[in-house]
Design a protein around this ligand. Structure first.
Ligand code: GDP
Length: 195
């Protein structure tokens, strides 16, 4: 997949700011600091369009990126950051609900998790939440470069089992460092975007 164009459309704090345009969307979710921005930047071949290492828990907006004039990536705020107040957490919840429950353009979600560890309780809750809306989920197991080749199968199995992944959903091993998994991730995304 060749990305010729990738521009931020809007950082939306509420529903009324979402783009009106009816083009398909893929949402990107994940725990704070898991490597979600790096994943987006790798996919679109930009060094720094999606902010990396922004303060965890601070970006309470949905960031819409328009790709090749044909679809949106929607970067949703990270979760699982311990030092977030109850109030902030509730706000985050409302923001997620407003988007995931109603957005007709949404085709699928890429859930980014860290391949080195068993998915956290928050990861499992997020996966179940997305499935509750009957959304296809691509699980992106990132930081693949950080584990030994011999550990891959075991870790990937642990991820799929812990999340209790649906057979219809795909688990895609990925590294923003090496680009491994990028073609597989694009292939699946395009299937979702064109379905
Ligand atoms: P975000 O908060 O989920 O957007 O996380 P970032 O994309 O900012 O990544 C958090 C940290 O993990 C940064 O220091 C990245 O350089 C690092 N990182 C992200 N993805 C990878 C990866 O695939 N491999 C390695 N080795 N480091 C990564």
């Amino acid at each position: 997949m060749k990305v010729n164009q990738a521009d931020i459309v809007i950082s939306a704090a509420s529903k009324k700011q979402y783009p009106k345009e009816f083009i398909p969307e893929i949402a990107l979710a994940g725990r704070s600091n898991v490597g979600k921005s790096s994943f987006i930047n790798k996919m679109i071949q930009r060094k720094n369009l999606a902010r990396t290492s922004s303060k965890p828990g601070k970006t309470q907006t949905l960031n819409f990126y328009k790709i090749n004039e044909s679809f949106h990536f929607v970067d949703v705020p990270g979760y699982g950051y311990a030092k977030v107040s109850k109030k902030e957490r509730a706000k985050w919840g409302r923001m997620m609900e407003e988007y995931f429950a109603e957005r007709e353009q949404l085709q699928a979600t890429a859930l980014v998790i860290d391949v080195r560890h068993r998915p956290t309780e928050d990861d499992c809750v997020m996966y179940d939440y997305l499935k509750h809306f009957e959304l296809p989920v691509m699980v992106i197991a990132t930081k693949l470069d950080k584990i030994k080749k011999g550990q891959r199968d075991k870790q990937l199995k642990l991820v799929a089992e812990t999340l209790e992944m649906d057979d219809a959903d795909q688990l895609i091993p990925f590294s923003s460092e090496t680009g491994e998994g990028k073609d597989a991730a694009w292939k699946k995304m395009l299937e979702h975007l064109n379905s």
